[in-house]
Ligand binder design. Sequence first.
Ligand code: TYD
Ligand code: MG
Length: 452
Amino acid sequence: MAKVTFTCSNCGASHSKWAGQCDSCMEWNTLVDQGPLSAGPGKTLGGKRGRTITLTDLATVEEPPARTMAGVAELDRVLGGGLVKASAILVGGDPGIGKSTLLLQAAARFARNRLKVIYISGEEATAQVRMRAQRLDLSESPVILAAETNLRDILTTLDAEKPDLVIIDSIQTMWADHIDAAPGSVSQVRSSAHELTGYAKRKGVAVIMVGHVTKDGQIAGPRVVEHMVDTVLYFEGERNHQFRLLRAVKNRFGPADEIGVFEMTGKGLVEVKNPSALFLSERGKRTPGSAVFAGIEGTRPVLCEFQALVAPSPHGQARRSVVGWDGQRLAMILAVLEARCGIPFTGLDVYLNVAGGMRVTEPAADLAVAAALISAREDTALPSDAVIFGEISLSGALRPVSQAENRLKEAQKLGFCQALAPAAKKLEEIAGITLRPMDDLVQFVEDLFGSR
Ligand code: TYD
Ligand code: MG
């Protein structure tokens, strides 16, 4: 007899025994009996034959999906070049970061470009949404508005209205009456997202869903929602900075990792056309601990500044504090600096920060982080006309990174004269910028801070 298995409805992990908690994602009450694994259509599907499906080849040429531009370059780029029909998009972000503002502005733009847009708020009354629209000077936009949480009523209305774009703010407030659970619970969020995604595909409508994030920064509710939709965008930024990043973490219709940069103003979000200039704008002259990293976000080069502060630790346990970069990666770089270059950080507090509220995920920033750390520790400024990039391996060797040429071009555009980067064979010299190639971290330290 085939074995009965249990599957977690949140993360999909299989278990041989039932348990109250899934030991893979730690959710409670999510294990469901999946019945015996299929032994082929003969038994479990009742012995009935299905229809033969159509098989095709790879060479068939398909039309690229039709797209509608919002006319906001930062948004269109993150969507992969405009909004695609019949697509489901999830926009996650902290409460108060500006999701409703972004989507109301986007709704108005798409409506102006002759899409029929319905904005359904499950969180705010229509009066509140209207007030926001007034503040944004969008009261005259032909966006259709509703405040509702009942999914059955919403879908019935949408079937009658036949919109081109539907915005659901937020998926956690939706309530499907065939599920016996509170709104926001794992099963409600999953089935609401499932119904809305199904509706998008069936009717050829674009559906944008807002999702709240949990404390650890993930979209609240089941992970499977992210697998259901075509595109997952995160709207992020520090509350006390006015800059906001819209980041594609998954996109079936375009490149992932693409970012759009906005500034939150008194009149809503304004796009930032040249983020590098913005992230470097507060930079003073030649301060120790400051290093300019030439990064790539998606398809676009973005320069930003790493700031490090190293100070004797008054406590037994030295502090490691990071904003905008991965703490584990910082620990690794500190270990490599100590083991390969003989630069210890024991007994020293280390603070690392990416200026302007930017968050960097590329390992290509390793060398810039190392440079900022050594510069802070030695109290010696780095050359102010230099950008830095390169990945550091555990041996202390520097690894070349992708798109070096684009990084150099952006640096040159912003007036930098030299680049400190791993030696790369075919990298032709970009006009006006000198590449100082480095083989490993030891050579880098000697070159910049003299032999120690
Ligand atoms: P909101 O879009 O409501 O955030 P979310 O939907 O992600 O919870 O925006 C929240 C903040 O944005 C709020 O604190 C006020 C600020 N804000 C502005 O600064 N300017 C504006 O024009 C608007 C509409 C909001
Ligand atoms: Mg909101």
